[in-house]
Design a protein around this ligand. Structure first.
Ligand code: AMP
Ligand code: MG
Length: 278
């Protein structure tokens, strides 16, 4: 039905093959609402089950170019979940303390607890993206990181951290329009940074760095999804679909109630009040 957004392990990604403006059979946001609302209800239930089951956690990694829609997606996804049991962690330029450790230290520290969901706004992938584009470490250092990241993510997956990674794919033209809005709309001015314009000059290098990260680090345990994101509503729908599919595939169950629950419930029903426990 749609553009296949999951990157199968071993695929060599050429981002030109992925249309950022793809919207499948949908013409506008209105068309998506039925499906989106069903997905949201389902996600809400699945989150409850995950919390109760308390064996798995879900890590949602979000990466994109500036103005790519990370914040908007997080707002949309977060509003689905019960905030108790869901956290968002943004990764900025590493602090002095973070720089004094290995690059995965701050990542590992931020992982979700069992039963919980964590959304990464940027991630360890910055260490093969911005770091690569700006030569912040020597080439052989960032080159070694793809396999380190794969090993790290496999280890997490084997320990019940379910990982889904989303690259929000926008066109350079769409980025320009969004940046123009940030310049012209007083309520969006604060989002504008001159640094973003400098980064825009490196667009092609970023695309190459993304292609490498998507090609080398999409694995069965921790797949990447290339989400068409020029249309925010299609982006939200695509991600919600993946999250439902992911959580539905987990063998989660409601914990067994205490042995006496049936008997207590029977007596409560018979008398209309809670029985005394001696
Ligand atoms: P924002 O997400 O717009 O608040 O910006 C955060 C900034 O931190 C971006 O410019 C990122 O590229 C940068 N950043 C995040 N992680 C790293 C990292 N590991 N090394 C260098 N810069 C980073
Ligand atoms: Mg920014």
């Amino acid at each position: 039905m749609g553009q296949d957004i999951r990157v199968e392990a071993g695929t060599k990604v050429d981002l030109k093959d992925y249309d950022p403006d793809f919207t499948g059979k949908f013409k506008n946001e209105e068309d998506t609402l039925d499906e989106l609302n069903k997905l949201k209800d389902r996600l809400f239930d699945l989150q409850r089950l995950m919390y109760a089951d308390n064996r798995y956690s879900l890590l949602i990694v979000i990466q994109a170019m500036d103005a790519g829609g990370k914040d908007g997606l997080i707002r949309s996804v977060m509003s689905i979940f019960n905030p108790q049991g869901c956290t968002v962690v943004p990764f900025k330029v590493p602090s002095e303390e973070e720089r004094d450790h290995d690059y995965l230290w701050r990542i590992h520290k931020s992982l979700p607890r069992k039963g919980e969901i964590c959304i990464f706004n940027r991630s360890h992938y910055e260490d093969v993206l911005v770091v690569r584009v700006h030569n912040l470490v020597p080439r052989e250092v960032w080159k070694a990181r793809y396999s380190q990241i794969n090993d790290f993510e496999r280890y997490l997956a084997e320990n019940n951290v379910v990982i889904r990674k989303f690259y929000l794919h926008i066109s350079k033209k769409e980025q320009e329009e969004r940046m123009m809005k940030r310049l012209l709309d007083p309520k969006k001015n604060w989002k504008f940074s001159t640094g973003d314009l400098k980064e825009r000059d490196h667009w092609d290098e970023y695309m190459e760095a993304y292609e490498d990260a998507l090609s080398k680090c999409s694995t069965k345990e921790a797949p990447w999804y290339i989400v068409p994101s020029d249309k925010k509503w299609y982006r939200n729908l695509s991600v919600a679909r993946v999250l439902v599919e992911t959580l539905e595939a987990l063998p989660m169950k409601w914990p067994e109630p205490v042995a006496e629950v049936k008997e207590i419930a029977r007596r409560a029903q018979a008398t209309g009040r809670l029985p005394e426990i001696k």
